[in-house]
Design a protein around this ligand. Structure first.
Ligand code: SF4
Length: 183
């Protein structure tokens, strides 16, 4: 039995606290840059900002070794199925950070070529505003995500919350008519 199937109660609460601390301190982001925001994301991994300080080491080349997707840049309709495929290949439990106004809402690209918010494709755990957000802002968003992860429930509770969030996001009204084709 994995810890995600542990029964509720006092024991689960203690395991949840421990698992939350371990998970938040060992996030591994997948290599995934889409546009100009990705330059700031890469800088965050470099020696000046050094996200390894937070247990993140370098960006992983395989989604199967990753549990954090930083969507850095606008998502074109053409890339949307690829984003979803990479997300589906990532290890559970996994989290998504939407970096920049383009990934979060389409930004200034209010047209048929760009998905108007990556939450139409994958469930997003945290949004980071800005164009582009600076590495300090990305680090701040990662630290906020750490707080979320630390307090996340385990097991069926977590799976149920994730299922409801994803169902709600996929039911959201797309602001681009093309987005409907992805469903
Ligand atoms: S938010 Fe700005 S920097 Fe980021 S992808 Fe969009 S246009 Fe580029």
């Amino acid at each position: 039995m994995g810890i995600e199937e542990a029964p509720s109660g006092f024991l689960l609460t203690s395991v949840e606290t421990l698992a939350g601390l371990v998970r938040k301190a060992s996030l591994w982001p997948v290599t995934f840059g889409l546009a100009c925001c990705a330059i700031e994301m890469m800088a965050t991994g470099g020696s000046r900002f050094d996200i390894s300080r937070f247990g993140m080491e370098v960006f992983r080349a395989s989604p199967r070794q990753s549990d954090l997707m930083i969507v850095a840049g606008r998502v074109s309709q053409k890339m949307a199925p690829v984003v979803r495929q990479v997300y589906d290949q990532m290890a559970e439990p996994k989290w998504v950070l939407s970096m920049g106004v383009c990934a979060s809402s389409g930004g200034m690209f209010n047209n048929y070529a760009i998905v108007q918010g990556v939450d139409h494709i994958v469930p997003v755990d945290i949004y980071l505003p800005g164009c582009p957000p600076r590495p300090e802002m990305l680090i701040n968003a990662i630290l906020e995500l750490h707080e979320q992860i630390k307090n996340e429930p385990l097991g069926r509770d977590r799976a149920e919350i994730a299922r409801k969030v994803e169902a709600a996001a996929l039911q959201a009204t797309p602001t681009s008519h093309m987005t409907g084709l992805l469903r």
